[in-house]
Structures are given as structure tokens and as C-alpha cells.
Design a protein. Sequence first.
Length: 114
Amino acid sequence: MHELSVMAYMLERVEGHAERLGATKVIAINLVVGERSSFVDDSLLFYFEMLTPGTRAEGALLNLRRTLMRCHCPPCDTDFHPTGADFRCPRCDTVGQVTDDGTELLIESLEVVT
Ligand SMILES: [Zn+2]
């Protein structure tokens, strides 16, 4: 049910944006979903289909773009993508600092008809 509440919130934001843009219809919604977020693509799409009828977003295309978790290693100034629970720098083995935890869910952009 996690995805349901998130999708309901997301669609409220989409409606708000569409309203401000004076849009009659939303054609596509581009979402950014972090690779470490618990959201399942299929569930997001399922709830999207369930919640959009009768709204401006009915029939819109939902695009999901996965972003990767990023770490930074200060000693050798390297940015890297940690695998699993291993946050060590691939170059010098120092445990890196998390710069992007890969758990976001953001509306990147909307395509609308005005
Ligand atoms: Zn390093």
C-alpha cells in the first residue's frame, strides 16, 4: 500500500502543476525513482492506472527513470556507485561518503496540452 499513498500524493502534485500551467490534459509524467527506494515499478504503474481515470492525467504515459546511489571518496576525489552494502572506494578502499542515497521519488517534468 506504500505505493498507493505515494502515487496519490504524486498525482495531487501533477494536478496542481497542470492547473497552474492551464493544461487541459497531461500527456506524460517523467518521474525519477532512486534505485534504493522501496518502490516497485509495477506497483507504481498499477496505482497510476487506478487513480488517474477522470483526472487530467488519465491516459498519460508514466516514465520512470532510476537514479543510482552515489558515494564520494575525499582522499582520492573519486565519485563511485557502491554495490550492495560495500561503500568502499574502488580506487583506494576508503569508505566513501554517501552523496546521493538513491531513495528519492521526484517529478522531473510533465508534458501537457494547454
Ligand atoms: Zn578513494
